[in-house]
Design a protein around this ligand. Structure first.
Ligand code: OFO
Length: 165
């Protein structure tokens, strides 16, 4: 069984992952309003991915015989600026989440909680992928600058993001 401290911290992370889901859904809605259906779709898939992160952690806490405490989810912003700013904010957010996952891992190491270390390893790897995915969008976006046809091409590419498995 995990410690009470670990239970509390994982509960906090469940809340943060819910916030991520909520924020990406808000970003998706925002992308709809600015006429970027590919960005809208990509953010919607990201929302679904975050729900998967939440559920995985929720199941782990319960599987360890601990209760899950679902707290209020912070309201995300309504607007996210230009396409470049949207993706920059996405990267900043993922870097923030990576930091939180690493802090959880630090606690698991400190507590010699081997089960949670193994569990969190999945998130450590996932965060590398999350950041890489965002960087893959950021680089071409920076390259096209204000060019509309370049932006449309990126939008079309983002429309092809498959649903998370
Ligand atoms: Fe759950 O990784 Fe993104 O936020």
């Amino acid at each position: 069984m995990i410690s009470e401290k670990m239970q509390e911290e994982l509960n906090e992370q469940v809340n943060k992952e819910f916030y991520s889901a909520y924020m990406y859904l808000a970003m998706s809605a925002y992308c709809n309003t600015i006429g970027l259906p590919g960005f809208e779709h990509w953010m919607r898939m990201q929302y679904e991915e975050e729900i998967m992160h939440v559920t995985k952690m929720y199941d782990y806490i319960m599987g360890q015989g601990r209760a899950v405490h679902l707290k209020a989810i912070e309201e995300p912003p309504k607007e996210y600026g230009t396409p470049l700013e949207i993706i920059q904010k996405t990267l900043e957010h993922e870097q923030f989440v990576t930091k939180m996952i690493h802090q959880l891992m630090d606690l698991a190491v400190q507590e010699k909680d081997y089960a949670t270390q193994t569990f969190l390893q999945w998130y450590v790897t996932e965060q590398v992928e999350e950041e890489a995915n965002v960087n893959d969008i950021l680089a071409p976006l920076r390259m096209v600058g204000g060019d509309k046809s370049g932006l449309m091409m990126i939008d079309q590419k983002l429309a092809g993001r498959p649903a998370p498995v």
